[in-house]
Design a protein around this ligand. Structure first.
Ligand code: ATP
Length: 269
């Protein structure tokens, strides 16, 4: 099957911020394929290159070498078949929740009435019926995330790219949001690339977990199929004996990288 997103032999080298004569290879020779409808999480120590890989898949960053294909087609420029959700809110403070949700539709030239009606539908789907008139500053962190989720999904992307989207939320809100994402994903089965540093979250959500090594020259060093039953409740699935087993297996690979990553951060600091 043609992957929805194929990153092949990706290397990303940056010019060092501290010394412009120095180069820093964040990601080296990394290959990652995501099948249509597959939910893949990428975990790795802080600063290892998770966001760099996601940005390459989004077409926001051109790799120094390697190839990106989207449903078999080489990617050039922005990946228009993908929707994104980042750690920080990308909501426009001057637009109401509804106006934020429908912004992408408006950019695509959808008429006001059709956009509004789809927007209302999506607000209801993410549990925000009746909140369309509120502005971002009048919403809680969890509500803003729901608006951002509706804003991404209303465009019906074939690929969803999420970079630690819930890391700023408290644990209860976070689990609610994770369950909502799983429910929405289950209904439409898009390809998802989910970046997180939280192994529990990665296992609970995904079909597959990919572990990255500590940088520099990060690359995938382990891949685990999550054969847990669906539908899942992210809080309950953590009690499943297979979850515990998978967690131990993956952590075994991840632990050493986290320690290396931590040492490097200390050296940098
Ligand atoms: N534009 C850039 N210029 C220079 N260095 C960069 C650039 N973008 C990323 N880096 C470096 O590449 C490395 C990987 O960064 P990246 O943000 O991908 O890591 P991450 O795994 O997503 O981190 P975190 O878990 O902290 O979010 C880091 O050392 C970072 O400083």
């Amino acid at each position: 099957m043609t992957p929805a997103l194929a990153l092949d032999n990706i290397t990303c080298t940056f010019i060092s911020k501290d010394d412009r004569s120095q180069r820093y290879t964040a990601v080296a020779d990394s290959t990652l394929h995501i099948a249509p409808g597959e939910f893949v999480s990428v975990v790795g120590p802080t600063g290892c290159g998770k966001s760099t890989l996601l940005n390459v898949g989004a077409g926001l960053l051109e790799p120094s070498s390697g190839q990106v294909r989207v449903f078999g087609e080489p990617l050039s420029g922005i990946n228009r078949r993908a929707g994104y959700m980042f750690q920080s809110d990308a909501l426009m403070p001057w637009r109401s929740a509804l106006q934020n949700v429908i912004a992408g539709l408006q950019f695509r030239g959808v008429g006001e009435a059709a956009a509004r009606s789809q927007g209302e539908e999506w607000l209801a789907r993410v549990g925000l019926q009746g909140f369309g008139d509120r502005y971002p500053h009048q919403l809680s962190g969890g509500m803003r995330k729901r608006v951002a989720l509706a804003q991404t999904l209303i465009l019906d992307p074939d690929i969803i790219l999420m970079d630690e989207p819930f890391s700023a939320l408290d644990i209860q809100t976070r689990q609610l949001m994770e369950n909502e994402v799983l429910e929405l994903w289950n209904a439409s089965k898009k390809a998802v690339l989910f970046i997180t540093h939280d192994l529990d979250e990665a296992i609970a959500m995904s079909d597959r977990v990919v572990v990255l090594s500590a940088g520099p020259a990060t690359r995938p060093i382990g891949e685990f199929r999550v054969d847990l039953p669906r539908p899942r409740d992210v809080a309950e699935i953590r009690m499943h004996p297979r979850f515990v087993e998978l967690h131990a297996q993956i952590w075994n690979v991840l632990r050493e990288e986290v320690l290396k990553g931590y040492q490097q951060q200390k050296i940098k600091a």
